[in-house]
Design a binder for this molecule. Structure first.
Ligand code: SF4
Ligand code: SF4
Length: 698
């Protein structure tokens, strides 16, 4: 039975309130991100990504052929290949192999056979451990983190760092030792030594399986993998068919990006290249199998939904994932709630994408709603998988909360929304953390076109209109000062982004179509102070199936680039003070990662006489995320808290951005914690620098 929303919300709340977990997550994830960035200091990420992406996609096209080739090459050197269509089949195959090994290499009647294991997400995927335990086999995880997870009876909370949610105090409790790294490791080493020797089977996954040679590659650091795959008489490697690569060159290209993306290492301590069972021809040149290492080597290649994914044009690229974990490390929501909440067995951004294929939609549709669509995961992904878009696609088919449905229902009825928002405005500021609505929306005060000068149309966006009308007023003032004849079609409302982000593409199309109709008779450039709405109208709407506004796209301009061009051409429009006020600039996710606006807003502020200060952000997202902050106020507040802490570190009393949603959200959270900081749209700061000139009365 799928988990209820109430239960899931309880887990999220508990995670947010768990100080130990919060400490473990923020310290581990900020550390790992720093190491990742350092790892790419001497290696061009963009080039490496392009090369790997091409290789992985080419291999994906040839998967069936690679699987055949891999099997032929491995069998030629004495290994065996088994294909498993699903998790149950894979469990049966492995269970039988373990049982055979136990019978052949038994240490005496009544002695429970031991199987050692290297950390493997494929084994987690098929829930192998409980199955083997049910057969009377003792399963011993040998990776330190995975062993901690096993002993606590939980699941890995990160695909490459399974115990990232645990502190050393937690680990000490698990092992019954002093809370020092040395004591914990010493205990783990001693307790595992005998198990390595007793094991009848060693089970591993595979980071890569090279078709041209039948080689399995394992990339590890601790040394446990070497002991697991060489000491027992039988080695079983379980991996998804997506792990197949064509050649050594493919494997090396992947290795370079994997270690840097995952842990920031140029190379890990151990990389095992295993091609069949152990063998020797030292005695009279006669080949014998199984010398120091295993006499049997089996590879179990798993489908379990992967072929279905390969057939799907949108999800196909998820099979190029190299399981580096960089997407989880980049994800602000993951850092806030941890992998046990942000995913199912596979967690993190890639987990939200894979789970519906391996374990069913209902196992990840609630965690899916924790994604703010910030795009940080795709930015860090070494194969450029469009994770946010894939997550959104699953969201379309998942359960939607009553709260979200009510909000979307309201938004899709502009006349009703208008009445409700006006009625709610006086009270809105009293709710801690909630946006303060404007008593007088921009639509009430917008200037009417006068027929003098070049025409320009303002699309305010529903957010600026109702919660940050100052941004639209500032845009209007700048445009008027530059001599434009400004118009504002009154029927305009929402571009549809909020509905689309909530997984309601039909609603998004409806809103987008109405907006296009309201703007159709307008004149000149259509400029918006909302970077995310600009991206939604010009880039995303096609994805939702909204085509009505495509003829308007060439007229759309984001306010940052538009005003920057104005000031570059006409610097006399503004006056610059002798002393430049310091302003901390917040990059909104869409602005930075969808529109590539990084230099532009900073340059614009500088031209208007400000000194821009960078925010040492640990989350890369303020937590607004459209309906995310409405659905998960606690998680959204945590992200805003990190942002406000970072703003505090700059010593600036002024923060700017070009996205009304972010500004309103940051301001609401600053109010809730009584942080004294002025939060303003870039346009407001520019408008305050306009040379004084008579402003025509409204
Ligand atoms: S888009 Fe942002 S919040 Fe969503 S999964 Fe990716 S990194 Fe996490
Ligand atoms: S989706 Fe990309 S970043 Fe995430 S684990 Fe896979 S390869 Fe790494």
């Amino acid at each position: 039975m799928p988990e209820s929303r109430l239960h899931f919300a309880g887990r999220v709340r508990q995670a947010l309130n768990d100080e130990n977990l919060q400490r473990a997550l923020t310290s581990a994830m900020t550390g790992i991100r720093g190491r990742r960035d350092a790892g790419f200091a001497d290696f061009d990420f963009t080039k490496g990504r392009e090369d790997l992406k091409q290789r992985r996609r080419a291999n994906l096209d040839r998967l069936p052929e690679l699987a055949r080739q891999f099997a032929e090459r491995l069998e030629a050197v004495g290994g065996q290949v088994h294909f498993a269509a699903d998790a149950a089949e894979a469990r049966d195959i492995i269970g039988q192999l373990c049982w055979n090994a136990a019978a052949e290499h038994a240490r005496g009647a009544g002695v429970r056979p031991v199987v050692t294991k290297v950390k493997s997400m494929a084994a987690e995927e098929i829930e192998l451990n409980p199955y083997l335990e049910s057969l009377g086999i003792e399963v011993v995880e040998t990776d330190l983190g995975e062993r901690m997870v096993q002993l606590t009876g939980t699941r890995p909370s990160h695909i490459i760092a399974p115990a990232i949610h645990l502190t050393k105090e937690d680990a000490a409790r698990v092992f019954g030792t002093e809370p020092t790294v040395e004591a914990i490791q010493h205990h783990a080493r001693l307790s595992l030594r005998q198990k390595f020797i007793e094991a009848v089977v060693g089970i591993s996954g595979a980071n890569m399986a090279i078709a041209e040679s039948g080689t399995v590659v394992l990339v590890t650091n601790e040394g446990n993998a070497d002991l697991t795959v060489t000491l027992p008489p039988v080695h079983i490697a379980l991996f998804g068919m997506d792990k197949l690569v064509g050649s050594y060159e493919d494997a090396i290209a992947q290795l370079r990006m994997l270690t840097r993306s995952g842990t920031g290492q140029r190379i890990t301590s151990y990389v095992n290249w295993i091609t069949g069972p152990s063998r020797s021809a030292d005695i009279e040149q006669s080949l014998t199998i199984g010398v120091h290492g295993p006499g049997e080597m089996h590879c179990v290649i798993l489908d379990n939904g992967r072929e279905r994914m390969r057939d799907d044009p949108l999800f196909r690229e998820a099979l190029t994932c190299i399981r580096c974990g960089a997407c989880s490390n980049a994800c602000p929501s993951f850092m806030a709630v941890g992998g046990h909440q942000f995913g199912h067995i596979y967690n993190g951004p890639i987990g939200l994408v894979l789970t519906p294929f391996h374990h069913g939609l209902s196992q990840a549709d609630l965690p899916n709603t924790l994604c703010t669509q910030c795009n940080a995961c795709q930015e860090a992904c070494p194969v450029d998988i469009p994770l946010p878009r894939q997550i959104l696609e699953h969201r379309r088919h998942g359960r939607k909360s009553l709260r979200k449905r009510a909000l979307l229902g309201l938004w899709e009825r502009p006349a009703l929304a208008d009445r409700v928002l006006r009625a709610g405005a006086p009270l809105s500021g009293a709710i801690p953390g909630a946006p303060k609505l404007a008593g007088r929306p921009y639509s009430d005060r917008a200037r009417q076109t006068r027929g003098l000068g070049d025409p320009l149309t303002i699309f305010a966006s529903c957010m600026a209109d109702r919660a940050l009308p100052e941004a639209a007023v500032a845009l209007e003032r700048i445009a008027v000062a530059a001599g434009f004849d400004v118009g504002f079609p009154k029927a305009q409302w929402c571009c549809g982004l909020m509905a689309a982000n909530a997984g309601d593409f039909e609603g998004a199309c409806k809103l987008n179509t109405s907006l296009a109709a309201s703007l159709r008779d307008s004149k000149g450039a259509i400029v918006t102070p909302s970077a995310s709405c600009f991206g939604a109208f010009t880039i995303d709407a096609g994805d939702w199936g909204a085509r009505a506004g495509s003829d308007l796209v060439p007229r759309f301009r984001d306010s940052t680039r538009f005003v920057l061009e104005l000031l570059e051409q006409r610097p006399e429009l503004v006056r610059r003070p002798a002393e430049r006020p310091r302003v901390a600039y917040h990059d909104s996710c869409q602005s930075l990662r969808q529109l590539g606006l990084s230099r532009e807003p900073r340059r614009l502020l500088e031209l208007a006489g400000y000194e821009v200060v960078e925010i040492p952000d640990i989350a890369k997202c303020c937590g607004f995320g459209g309906t995310f902050s409405f659905e998960w106020p606690g998680a959204a507040a945590r992200l805003a808290q990190w942002k406000l802490d970072a703003i505090g570190k700059t010593g600036c009393g002024l923060v700017a951005s070009d996205n009304p949603g972010c500004l309103v959200h940051i301001a609401a959270n600053a109010r809730a914690r009584r942080q004294k900081v002025r939060i303003a749209h870039v346009l407001e700061l520019v408008a305050e620098r306009l040379e004084p000139r008579p402003v025509p009365a409204r």
